[in-house]
Design a protein around this ligand. Structure first.
Ligand SMILES: [Zn+2]
Length: 184
């Protein structure tokens, strides 16, 4: 089968995958790490499958791999169908490639709860946080919390870019803070 003839379908089991896979931490030492060498040296000819998943087709691979790669809560959820993913603390060459592509501005990552697209890792990102920690918030509350309280945007500025009144944003933030009970 040629690459051009492949058609990727959205995963039907996506809802159960979100929040299912464990989050992971950056490896301490990247030198001599095969995953990171491949991520750096090999091009990815894959692309998005849906808002939360991408196919990663590294130039040194015989076939592509399907990766979950999205923001949830204030963390990143990542998963890959390859063997290496399970044995390298999550940093298989495909996930490493996605991280590399993200930090160099070549791909954007979607937040599955707010729908916001992030062209670079946001300041509030914590790789080892619980993806379900903010699931009690509405999308609007979470977006306000991430953007204002955990991000750097002021309430008035956020109100302007989100098309809401400052009073509405204030209410969203108050509700979000009450629901998270001061959780950072
Ligand atoms: Zn992989």
């Amino acid at each position: 089968m040629s690459r051009a003839s492949r058609v990727w379908q959205p995963s039907e089991d996506l809802p159960t995958q979100i929040g299912g896979p464990p989050t992971f931490s950056m490896p301490d030492d990247l030198t001599g790490n095969t995953s990171w060498e491949r991520a750096y040296l090999e091009d990815d000819e894959g692309g998005p499958v849906n808002d939360a998943e991408r196919m990663v087709y590294l130039s040194g691979s015989d076939y592509p791999h399907r990766c979950l790669w999205a923001l949830q809560g204030r963390t990143l959820v990542a998963d890959c169908d390859c063997e290496a993913h399970r044995y390298r603390d999550g940093w298989c060459p495909h996930v490493a490639s996605l991280w590399w592509q993200w930090i160099t501005g070549r791909i954007s990552v979607n937040h599955v709860e707010t729908g916001r697209e992030y062209p670079a890792p946001p300041a509030w990102l914590q790789l080892d946080d619980d993806p379900t920690a903010y699931e009690q918030l509405t999308p609007a509350e979470l977006d306000a919390l991430l953007t204002c309280d955990l991000g750097s945007l002021g309430v008035r500025e956020y109100a302007r870019v989100s098309g809401r009144s400052p009073g509405t944003v204030g209410n969203l933030l108050a509700d979000a803070r009450a629901k998270t009970e001061g959780r950072p």
